[in-house]
Design a protein around this ligand. Structure first.
Ligand SMILES: Cc1cc2nc3c(=O)[nH]c(=O)nc-3n(C[C@H](O)[C@H](O)[C@H](O)COP(=O)(O)OP(=O)(O)OC[C@H]3O[C@@H](n4cnc5c(N)ncnc54)[C@H](O)[C@@H]3O)c2cc1C
Length: 219
């Protein structure tokens, strides 16, 4: 490990979509003394397995709001990254039966409140877009014109490349085994080879593998 890598302002653990996007966002804000530690390869975790649906339709308002901000990055990807990240803006539709009609309406209203462009459409409208679909079980649909599908792996690679271009270091094949804490503050991370990186801030972006880091600290 180089001398330069033994300390950083920010260490990000995990180089999936979340870790790579966080690195990129820091780089955009001029915070480039950042090391991403990815035990395998960028996008090799859940990111590489994603079906790639891009939508803001979430029942939790904070998630819907974050997705609405994220959608702008997908839409401006060519401009931001200078490359195709695989996003196709086909629109997104979600259907419900009679029993869930009220819930759908409440959810769409809550999403609009946090800035999501979504509306209710009827069976005839969906039949026009998708003539071969069996729409018999459905009472109504939510429709997001700006949704679609993407390629999560390609997107993570684009975030990582753009982060690297700002000077951020992305270390693949680098497993973090432990958070180092001093009192109630995290001060760095320990790597599998026993070496450490001290940091002012540590971002845990290990997705479904986060529990082993956080459980010993009561989180
Ligand atoms: C089958 C499937 C389908 C999905 N479909 C969709 C979809 O259609 N639309 C959608 O929006 N989302 C979908 N998702 C969810 C989406 O894939 C995830 O929300 C997203 O990829 C999570 O990104 P992440 O960076 O949090 O996690 P990950 O991509 O899992 O990244 C975590 C990274 O941390 C690394 N890591 C773990 N432990 C350590 C350690 N100790 N040291 C260093 N590195 C470590 C891992 O190797 C991994 O690369 C789907 C997920 C799956 C599994």
């Amino acid at each position: 490990m180089s001398e330069q890598d033994s300390t950083a302002s920010v260490v990000i653990i995990g180089g999936g979509l979340e870790g790579a996007a966080t690195a990129w966002a820091l780089g955009q804000r001029g915070i480039t003394d950042v090391v991403v530690c990815e035990r395998d390869t960028v996008g090799g975790g859940m990111t590489g397995k994603s079906s790639g649906i891009v939508r803001c339709h979430y029942g939790v308002s904070s998630l819907a709001a974050m997705a609405a901000v994220g959608l702008e990055v997908f839409e401006k990807a060519e401009e931001i990254f200078g490359t195709d990240i695989g996003f196709r803006q086909t629109g997104y539709v979600v259907g419900v039966g009679e029993a869930n009609l009220e819930n759908l309406r409440k959810s769409l209203a809550a999403q609009r409140e946090v800035g999501v462009q979504t509306e209710e459409i009827d069976v005839a409208e969906v039949a026009r877009m998708w003539p071969t679909a069996d729409l018999e079980p459905f009472a109504a649909f939510g429709w997001e014109e700006r949704g679609g599908y993407g390629d999560a792996y390609q997107t993570a690679q684009a975030f990582a490349a753009a982060a690297r271009a700002t000077g951020i270091r992305i270390r693949q094949g680098t497993t973090v085994t432990e958070l180092i804490v001093d009192g109630d503050r995290v001060t760095g991370v320990r790597l599998r080879d026993g070496s450490t990186i001290s940091a002012d801030t540590v971002v845990v972006a290990t997705g479904v593998w986060s529990k082993p880091f956080l459980a010993p600290h009561g989180i």
